[in-house]
Structures are given as C-alpha cells and as structure tokens.
Design a protein around this ligand. Sequence first.
Ligand code: SF4
Length: 377
Amino acid sequence: MSRLTIGGDAPIAVQSMAATPTANLEQTLEQVAILKSAGADLIRLAVDSRADLAALHHIRDATDATLCVDLQESYRLAADLAPLVDKLRYNPGHLHHHDPARPVPDKVAWLAEQAANHNCALRIGVNAGSFPPEYASRFADDHVAASVQCAMDHCELVERSGFTNFVVSLKDSDPRLVIKANERFAALRPDVPLHLGVTEAGLPPDGVIKTRIAFEQLMAQGIGDTLRVSLTVPFEQKGLEIEVGRQIIADIAAGRFRSVPKGFFDGLNIIACPSCSRVENNSFVSLAEEIKRTTTYAADENITIAVMGCRVNGPGETDSADLGLWCGPRLVTLKRGPRTIGAWPFDEVLPQLHTQLREILAQRTCPSAEQSGESVS
Ligand code: SF4
C-alpha cells in the first residue's frame, strides 16, 4: 500500500473521486486507472454496502493507488474498510442516520480507533449541503459559522481519543463561502491540514472558474494541503479534475492569477454535483449540460438551479435552490425551493423545468402571477 503525506511541507496533493458504482468492478477499475494515469495522488471510492466492500477487496489487490474510502452512511463498515485503504472520510452530517441511539462522540471515537488500528488517516468532511441537524438549526442560514463550528467540534471529538492523523474539509457550492469558512477555520486551527474544494461546482468551464476563485484566494495565503476540483463530467473524463487541479496549483505558484469581473456572481447560477458511485443513470451529466444550454434566456436573472445525481443526497441538497432536480434511475424529480413539483422521465423533464423557470421570471415582472405545478410531497 502506498503512503502519501498531506500537510506540513509536503506538496499539495491532488485528488479525485470515482464516479462509478463501486461494486461494478470493471467500470471502477477503469475509473481508478483513468485517475491514476491523470496523476491523482489519492483516489476516493464510495462504499455504501457490503457489495461495495467486496469490490474494494479486489480493487485493493488490483492497484497500488493511494485509496480513500467515503463512508457515506455506512460508518459501521469502517472496521472492514480501514485495513484496505489509506484514509477514511466521514461526513459529520451522515453519522446520525444509523444507530441513532448511539451518541455521535462514541461513533467518532470508534472511527478514530479503526483508523488508528490500521495506520489509516481520517478526513472530517463537512459539507454545507448536509450539516448535522443540530448545526443546521443552530446556525440557520449562516453556512460559514455552521461549517466552522461543526469542524471544530469534530476535531475535538477525534482528538479526545489521542488521534491526530486527520484532515478537515469545509465545502460549499459557493466559492465565497468556501473562502470564508476555510480562512476562519485555518485561523483557529492552523495545525490541522485542510482539504480544499468547492462542492457541486458543476460543468466546465463554470465549475473550473468557481473552483479557481476559491483556491487562488486560499492558497495564496498558504491555506490548503490537498484539493479536489469537483466537475460534472462523464466518468471517462474525470482525469480533467486532476489536470485542472495541477494547473491551478502551477498558476498560483507562478503568480498567474485570473481575476473575475465585477458582478461575476450575479445572474443564473447552475450548480451540479460531480457525481459518484450513487449515480444510477448516467444521463444525469447530459441533463445538466442540456439545462445549461437551454436556459441562456435567464442568464441575467439571480436564480439558482441545482442538478443532483442521486436520490440519496439529491432531495436535501436541492432544498435551497430556486429550482432543483434530483435524479433517480428512471425519473427526475423537479422542485421549486423545498416544494416538490413532480417527477418525469429524463427526456420529459426539461419542458417542465422551463415552465417553472418562465413562471419565476414572470412573477418577478408581475408578482401577482400564479404558480403552476402540483406538489407531490
Ligand atoms: S448528490 Fe449524490 S450522486 Fe451527486 S455527488 Fe452527492 S452523493 Fe454522489
């Protein structure tokens, strides 16, 4: 098993995540090979089930890549996973779903113990789209305060067991909030290595630009020890995440900064997840591309459209968008804010989206315009 140093004087490590179902060995091995040949220092694989765990045994035997496993909701598999990988990533927002009676501090202590037993690192991966409920209610819409407090608390929980081999990430889909959260956390805990990323940055080139904005500001201050560029691209093109990450690092090192014009954040904002093993229909990426291509008539409007690849995180992570779409195996559910409008096949949902979008535009022009659509929630 290879070893990678993150933090201290080590070079910034560039990583990515497989966008294939982990249990699909053929596709996942191909994905690992694509990322490895693109120069990934670390490759993350999601594990949601025992079938994924079984696949991971084969993947571990087949590659010498440095591997991180994303525990998703399956924290209880950590004891079986830790011997196979170099790092375990857990999301504090996913720890309350299973064994709700077991206190979160116990779960974190147990995770740290599994990692320590196998000389594995941990990542505390805080994500603004999935805060633990107590932080979501305590901090309401203040994502930065919620992210930083959650990360600080989990550092303390991990450190209670004497475990120090961990990194933290504080991700958001808005690069400005990524900058603030990481600056604030780095000021409080300069000793903790940081994994940088703008989650759901979306399709290139916008996803690249959003990521660059955050990385330029942070890395120029010396903040960031590893990074991921999250792009919505088909799995065959995931090597792009590594190429872009290396290019941004090289540009910053050479003093080549790219500014964005005033008002860059105004107008239509399409956010889209980078996809992972949970995507059940690969039409998700082309749907996101079609949405971008056909919504240019709303380019000047301050509207956020969120496109998410799965039915696990999709419903929650579309709540705060003006219009949200999350994809199941056959149907795409369309939402307006937290309200569900309905679900349609992939090739029928676009006209429904446009109806809702045009209605929002009409209401902005004439606030008394009526809303259409039927809530099925
Ligand atoms: S929304 Fe679902 S498919 Fe997309 S990255 Fe998150 S877990 Fe994976």
